[in-house]
Every structure is written in C-alpha cells, then in structure tokens.
Design a protein around this ligand. Structure first.
Ligand SMILES: CC(C)(COP(=O)(O)OP(=O)(O)OC[C@H]1O[C@@H](n2cnc3c(N)ncnc32)[C@H](O)[C@@H]1OP(=O)(O)O)[C@@H](O)C(=O)NCCC(=O)NCCS
Length: 293
C-alpha cells in the first residue's frame, strides 16, 4: 500500500485496466452464480475489444473522469466516468480481486465522483457487490433493481414491424433530444462511438420517435423513445433479426413495456443488479447501455 498512487488514466493504461476489470467482474460473476448457472468465464475477445474501444473513447472525452490506482506491481484499480451536459455517469469501477477491501477503491471513486461534482444528475449500473452498492448509497445514489431477459426469440410471436429504418450520423440531433427527454442529457460524442460499433435503427413518425442501437449478436445496446408504443416497435425490430440466444439487459420496473415484449417473445425473465441514480427517476421508455448509460 505504501507506494500506491491514484493518477489520471491514459490510453496506454487501457490494456492493464481491462485486465483488472475482467478479473474483478469474473469474481462478481462467480460469487453471484446460482445453482445450475454455467461456470462464468472471462471476457470474449469481442467483449474485450469493445471494452478497450469504449475506455479509450472515455479517456479522450473525459480525461478528468478516468483514473487508475497503481503500485510497483502495475495497475491494480480503475474508475472511468463521463460527464454529458448535466449528467455524470460511472462507466467502470474495479479493483483486482486479491487487492479488494484494502482501501484502494475508495480514493479511486472519490476522484471519479469529483469529475461530476457540478452535475445535477448521476447514473450508474451497479453490480451486486455489497461493497460497491454500499459505497454508491453513501454517495447519495438511490438503488433501483434491474431485470434481464434472455433466450431464443419465438419466431412465430414476432409482429409485423413497420416504420423502422436504418439510422445514421444524421440522426444524432434527434437522438440527443430523445436522450434529454429520458435522462436529462444527450449522449453527445458517445453516439459517434455507438454508430461505429453497432447498428442503429430509428423510428420517426408523426406520433412517436425513438432509436435503438443493436450489437452484432442482436442484443439491444441502448434504446430511447418518446413513447411506449415506439419503444415496443423498436425492441421488436431489434429482436426480429436474432436467431441465437439473445439478452435484453438493464430493465427497471419503470420499463414494463420491455418486459411485455420479452414475455411475448418467449424470453425468460431474471433478476439482475441495480441502476443507481442521483437527482433523477428511472428513465422510461429507456433501456440504458450499462457503460455509457
Ligand atoms: C467495488 C470495488 C471497486 C471497491 O474497491 P475496494 O478497493 O474493494 O474498496 P475499499 O477497500 O476502498 O472499500 C470501499 C468501501 O467498501 C467497504 N467494504 C469493504 N469490504 C466490504 C465487504 N466485504 N462488505 C461490505 N462493505 C465492504 C469498505 O469499508 C469501504 O467503505 P468505507 O467507505 O466505509 O470505508 C471492488 O471491491 C471491486 O472491484 N469489486 C468487484 C467489481 C465491482 O463490483 N465493481 C463495481 C461495479 S458497479
């Protein structure tokens, strides 16, 4: 502990930080594993590449929000956060498993929280780690349980989905407006990252507007809409293209419309972790991205 320092993260730290984050979350998955669940494995190469791209993006957009803890052994902890308009989001917070509970995480989180001190709102997707949840609660966050739906979509249940088109960078202003409606702040530069890494579907009619980013495996990454009907249409459009098992994560109780879609599609509902919020209610109709929220 004597030589531990907390310092701003650079892009060169990304690979070491990824290894810390992967090991820490593997530990969480092992602890929260239920009877019958498969043995958790570390990240896939695709997941790792996505994590690295997102983290390097955040170091560039929010150098004051991204921190590492380092000692003579190298990087032992990481916290990345972002500020978008009046909203602060925590993207990653992790300490190496064999170094947890020794006071490393506390100053790391303090540095990231300081980046958001002028923000009226805060948002983060909390793991089930009791240390993390206690810390967020103490920092003034309310904890909202999240659910996750998983399974293979029943093809016979898919309705005819109309009024959905492919989106592009020309939709960013519309998407930022929808973000402000849902969570009080646009995603700004994060839309350009998401446009590079996932497919964008948009619904823009006289009665409702919305968008959904869809990952290569068919998973909806981020969805925002002006109304439940448009949100429902977009979630079906995302699910309609899946053939293998798909997961729809980060569903709060405020988004029953998404649970209605998942149930109709034959997916299984599971209790997951928490959406931690400060200065705001659970956004709806909205499915957050986990990292960029
Ligand atoms: C969450 C995490 C980053 C915290 O880092 P850490 O170095 O373990 O945290 P610290 O030792 O600084 O302790 C932070 C707080 O948790 C408390 N704590 C420590 N061990 C605890 C335990 N077993 N149960 C409950 N609280 C505990 C500490 O007392 C401290 O609270 P304090 O402010 O009252 O002193 C780290 O444990 C981790 O990587 N967990 C797995 C990944 C994860 O869940 N990340 C959060 C994602 S949202």
């Amino acid at each position: 502990m004597e030589d531990l320092i907390i310092r701003p993260m650079t892009e060169d730290d990304a690979e070491a930080a990824e290894r810390v984050s992967d090991a820490a979350f593997l530990g969480v998955d092992r602890r929260s594993r239920r009877v019958g669940d498969p043995e958790p494995t570390g990240r896939t190469p695709e997941h790792r590449a996505g994590w690295l791209e997102t983290t390097r993006h955040l170091v560039r957009t929010d150098p004051g929000g991204c921190w590492v803890a380092e000692d003579h052994t190298g990087v032992v902890g990481v916290a990345t956060s972002l500020r978008r308009e009046t909203l602060w989001c925590l993207a990653t917070y992790a300490v190496l498993p064999d170094r947890q509970g020794q006071g490393i995480g506390k100053p790391l989180l303090a540095a990231a929280l300081d980046h958001g001190r002028a923000c009226l709102r805060g948002m983060l997707s909390a793991s089930t780690d009791p240390r993390a949840v206690r810390t967020y609660h103490r920092a003034g966050f309310e904890l909202h349980p999240q659910m996750r739906m998983t399974g293979t979509v029943d093809r016979s249940a898919i309705p005819v989905v109309e009024k959905v088109r492919d989106g592009s960078a020309g939709d960013v202003d519309l998407m930022d407006s929808l973000d402000r409606l849902a969570r009080g702040a646009g995603h700004g530069p994060d839309h350009h990252l998401l446009l590079r890494t996932s497919q964008l579907l948009v619904s823009d009619t006289s009665t409702g507007r919305g968008y959904v980013y869809v990952a290569a495996d068919g998973r909806p990454v981020l969805l925002a809409a002006s109304d439940r009907r448009t949100a429902t249409r977009l979630l079906w459009a995302a699910l309609a293209d899946t053939t293998d098992s798909v997961t729809v994560a980060h569903l709060t109780g405020a988004n029953q419309w998404a649970i209605d879609v998942g149930m109709a599609a034959g997916l299984e509902l599971h209790q997951e972790d928490y959406l931690a919020l400060r200065g705001m209610k659970p956004p709806a109709p909205y499915v957050h991205s986990g990292t960029l929220l």
